[in-house]
Design a protein around this ligand. Structure first.
Ligand code: FAD
Length: 283
C-alpha cells in the first residue's frame, strides 16, 4: 500500500526506522524486534540503505521480509550517490518486483575516502525524485532538516531545495532527528510560507546512550539543549539513569509535538524496540 494512501486516511501516523545489521544473527534479532513493534500496529516501518550501495542486498532482503513475511507496510530508503542511472533503475525494478510501493529518496553522503563520482549519476535527491516519478510507480518520501542540512549555506536555501524535491514529486517529508520542538514547528511554518504543504513527519531519536547520541547529533547537525546535556552529564556513568532521562525527555517531546499538531511521529529505533515501545505506549 502506498503511504500517501495511509496519509489520506489518517491524521497522524506512527512509524519506526531500522538499519540492516551486519551479521545473520543480527538480522534474526532485528526480525524479532520488528515482530514486537508489529504489536503496536505501526503505520509503516522504514529500512535504511548504505550510501553507495554498501547495504543494498541486505536492505532489500529486509524490506522484502518485513513487508511480505512479517506483514507491515514498508518504505525502502534509497540513495543516489555513487550509482549510475541504470543501476538506480535496476534497483527500483527489483524493489517493485518485491511489491515495495514506497521509497524514501535520498542523496546520501559520499564516502570520505576513495570516492569516485560516477559520470552518469545524480547530484541531488531531487534528481532521484524526478527519476522515480518519471520511471517508477512509487509513493515518494524525502528528508527534511529542521536545523538545516549541514552543507546548506542557510536555512532559507535548504528549504528552497526541499521545495524542489516536493515539486519534483515527493509526497511527504520525514525530518532529521531534533531535540527542540520549536525548531520543528518553525521549519513547518517556514515551509508553508514558501508553498510546501505536504506532511512533514517529525523524526525522533530517544536518548539511550549519551556518547552515541552526542556522536549522532554532531554528525547530523542537531543541537542537544544545554539543559538536557547538563542533566545527562550528572548521570552519565549510570546507563540506567541516562536511559530513564532520555525516555522522560522523548516522552515530553513527543507529547508536545502531537498536542501542537504534528502529523505523527517517526522513531529512529537503532534496532531496539524497548525505548520506543515505552514512549509509544505512554502517549
Ligand atoms: P539533498 O536533498 O540532495 O540535499 C543535500 C544538500 O544539497 C543539502 O545541503 C541541500 O540544501 C543541497 N541541495 C539540494 N539540492 C540542491 C540544488 N539543486 N543546488 C544546490 N544545493 C542543493 N543516509 C543514508 O546514507 N542512508 C539512509 O538510509 C538515510 N536515511 C535518512 C533518513 C532521513 C529521514 C534523513 C533525514 C536522512 C537520512 N540519511 C540517510 C542521510 C542523508 O543521506 C544525508 O543527510 C545527506 O547528506 C543528504 O541527503 P538528502 O536526501 O537530504 O540530500
Amino acid at each position: 500500500m502506498r503511504i500517501s494512501d495511509i496519509l489520506q486516511k489518517k491524521a497522524k501516523t506512527f512509524s519506526f526506522e531500522f538499519f540492516p545489521p551486519k551479521t545473520e544473527k543480527g538480522i534474526f534479532q532485528l526480525y524479532d524486534t520488528v515482530r514486537k513493534i508489529k504489536e503496536l500496529a505501526p503505520d509503516f516501518v522504514s529500512v535504511t540503505y548504505g550510501a553507495g550501495g554498501s547495504t543494498r542486498d541486505k536492505s532489500f532482503e529486509i524490506v522484502d521480509y518485513i513487508k511480505n513475511t512479517i506483514g507491515i507496510e514498508t518504505i525502502s530508503h534509497f540513495t543516489c550517490v555513487g550509482h549510475t542511472v541504470d543501476e538506480l533503475q535496476t534497483s527500483l525494478d527489483e524493489l517493485k518486483s518485491k511489491g515495495i510501493d514506497n521509497i524514501l529518496a535520498l542523496r546520501g553522503d559520499s564516502p570520505k575516502e576513495n570516492f569516485q563520482e560516477v559520470p552518469n549519476g545524480y547530484k541531488y535527491a531531487s534528481d532521484l525524485v524526478r527519476h522515480i516519478r518519471m520511471r517508477g510507480n512509487f509513493c515518494i518520501g524525502v528528508a527534511g532538516y529542521p536545523e538545516k542540512h549541514p552543507e546548506a549555506p542557510s536555512k532559507e536555501q535548504d528549504l528552497q531545495n526541499l521545495k524542489i524535491k516536493v515539486e519534483q514529486g515527493a509526497d511527504f517529508v520525514i525530518t532529521q532527528l531534533f531535540f527542540n520542538n520549536e525548531d520543528y514547528f518553525r521549519f513547518v511554518d517556514d515551509a508553508a510560507k514558501i508553498g510546501i504543504f505536504c506532511r512533514i513527519i517529525p523524526g525522533i531519536m530517544p536518548v539511550t546512550n549519551f556518547n552515541q547520541i552526542k556522536k549522532f547529533a554532531e554528525m547530523c547537525g542537531a543541537k542537544i539543549p544545554q539543559k538536557l546535556v547538563s542533566e545527562l552529564e550528572k548521570v552519565e556513568t549510570d546507563a540506567t539513569e541516562v536511559a530513564l532521562l532520555g525516555l522522560e525527555y522523548a516522552m515530553k517531546q513527543c507529547r508536545e509535538l502531537l498536542e501542537k499538531g504534528a502529523p505523527g511521529l517517526h522513531f529512529y529505533t537503532l534496532n531496539k524496540s524497548a525505548a520506543t515501545r515505552i514512549i509509544f505506549e505512554n502517549l
